[in-house]
Ligand binder design. Sequence first.
Ligand code: S3P
Length: 181
Amino acid sequence: MPQEKLHHIALVGHMGSGKSTIGSLLGNLMNYDHIDLDVVIANQTGRSIGVIFAEKGEKFFRDLESQSLESKLLTQEPLVISTGGGIVERSSNRILLQEKSFVIWLRADINILVKRVSRRSSRPLLKGKDPLEVLTKLDRERANFYEEIADLTIDTNNMKAANVSDMLFDSLKSRLGEENE
Ligand code: S3P
């Protein structure tokens, strides 16, 4: 595996797959800074993701998302990057992620994701909609993309975030060890 691939670690997967929580835990374990692209965008614009979608539309959000992905992947210090579920929609983002990061897909069954996202209602794509319907449709559109770019896939069904991050840390440590041999 080329060194560049382990420079940044990107977490991808559907809404509710645990990218933010697991990213933060993994950042601590790896001693890498952790960033969440949605948070970067909200801080940059001074608006929540919901407000950006409502006022400027999805395309405007996707442009900001692509820009922030590109700029973060260019940073010198290694990062753990939690992406938004829709990052894989643009082929340019998929190419960048594959080229510039080690991509981890946090996979989970749709019914588990539905349970998780139903606890919070701030996601614009779910506003006023049936989460099962939305996630089923998004899974049809995006699952192949996650699979296609993933260097590592982990099944997070019924797993606690801390267990997932510990497993990822062990796996990454052994890969880094192999690289240094
Ligand atoms: C989106 C997922 C969200 C956020 C935005 C769009 C998507 O991030 O980027 O609401 O298209 O799936 P999370 O995956 O962190 O919820």
